[in-house]
Design a protein around this ligand. Sequence first.
Ligand code: B12
Ligand code: SF4
Ligand code: SF4
Length: 316
Amino acid sequence: MQLSKSVVEQSIATLMPDDVPFGIVPIAKIVKRPVDADEEWDFKNNPHYHLAGAAAAIVILYPYQLVRAERRDGQGRIASIGYHADYHRVVEDYLRGLADQLTARIGSFDYKIFVDKHGLYDVKMAVAAGLGHIAKLSMLLNGQYGTAHNIGYILTTLQSSEQMHLVADSCASCNRCERACPNGALKNRKVDVTRCRAAINQKKGVLSEADIANMGEWFYGCDICQYACPHNWHERVADGNVDLTDIMQLTKSTFRHHHQKKSYGYLGLARLKRNAMVILYKQGGLAALAQYAEVIARSPLLVEQYQILEGITAKL
Ligand code: B12
Ligand code: SF4
Ligand code: SF4
C-alpha cells in the first residue's frame, strides 16, 4: 500500500491541532547498514530492527510553548517540557489518532509509534523528513517553530515514493546558544553530557561534587540554550518554577497525583527530592536542610547525598 503526503494532510486536518508539521521518510534511503553492524548499531539506526518490513516513517513536530523559569530563592527551575502535560503521552496519543485516521482512509497496516524512545535517533528522523536541520544547540531547528517542539513518528510498512528534501543550515556564524550555556557543554553540535544540566538532574544515584557545581538551580531539564536562540524568541508567559519545600514534603500519594504524570515523573520521588535538596543546599547551605532531617533520614539516596553535601561544606 502506498503512503502519500495528501492522505497524511487530510488525516491531520481532522485532528487537534491541525497544523502539525510532518514529513515522510522512505526508509530505504536512510539505512546504509555497514557489513560489520552489530545489534547495538541496528537498535540505534535500523528501523527494520524495530518493525519488520518497515518501509516509511511519518515524522511530526509537536510544538510547545517555552515557559519562563527564573532563579529564585526556595525554588527550582523546570524546563518547559516539564511544565506542560507529559509530551510522551500527548504526542503518542496524537500519533495514534493519526494512525486511526489513516486506517480509515487506506485500510489497516502495520505500524509502531516512537516518541523519545531508546533506539532510533528522533533528530535524525526529523532531518531526513525535511523538517529542519541539526542546530548548534544539538537539537532540530525548524524554520517555523525553532527548537521548541518534540519529535514523534509512526514507523510503518506502507510504501512511499516521497523524495527526501534536506533543509539547509541556518545557524551560520551565530553561536548564541554555545555562549549562553553556563557550563560550555555545546560543541560541534553535540552536548557534553557530563556538563549539561539537563543530563545531570536526570542522573541516577547521588550527584557528585562536580555535578552539584554544574547543575545550577535546574530541578528538571534546562532551557537556557533554547532561550538564547533567536528562532525561539516568542513571548514566554507561564511561570516554570517549582517550590522546593513542596517537593521535600511530598508524600507518595501527592507525588502520584501531581507529579507522576509530568514528563519528569519517571525520575521518581527520591530523585526529585535529591534535586530539591541539592538546590536548597546551593541556595542556603546545610542550614537550609535542617528542617528536613526526618525526610532525609527516610531515604537511603538522600542520606548518601547529604553526606556528600557535608563533605563539600567541610572543605569550605
Ligand atoms: C539522550 C537524550 C538527551 C541527553 C543528551 C542530548 C544529546 N543531544 O545528545 C540530554 C539529557 C542532555 C538531553 C537534553 C535535552 N533534550 Co533530549 N534526548 C535524548 C534522546 C533520548 C536520545 C539522544 C541521543 O541518543 N543522544 C546521544 C548521541 C547519539 O547524541 P549525538 O551524537 O549528539 O547525536 C545527536 C545528533 O547529532 C543527531 N544525529 C546523530 N546521528 C545523526 C546522523 C545524521 C545523518 C543526522 C542528520 C543527525 C544525527 O541525533 C542525535 C540526537 O540528538 C532523544 C530522543 C531520541 N530517541 O532521539 C531526546 C531529544 C533529542 N531531546 C529532546 C529535548 C526536548 C531535550 C531538552 C530540550 C530537554 C530540556 N529542556 O532539558 C534538552 C536539550 C539539550 C540540548 N541542547 O540538546 C528532544 C529534542 C527535540 C528537538 N527539537 O530536537 C528529543 C528528540 C526528544 C523528543 N522526541 O522530543 N537529551
Ligand atoms: S540544556 Fe543547559 S546545560 Fe545543557 S547544553 Fe543547553 S544550556 Fe547547556
Ligand atoms: S542560537 Fe544561533 S547557533 Fe544556536 S541554534 Fe540558534 S541559530 Fe543556531
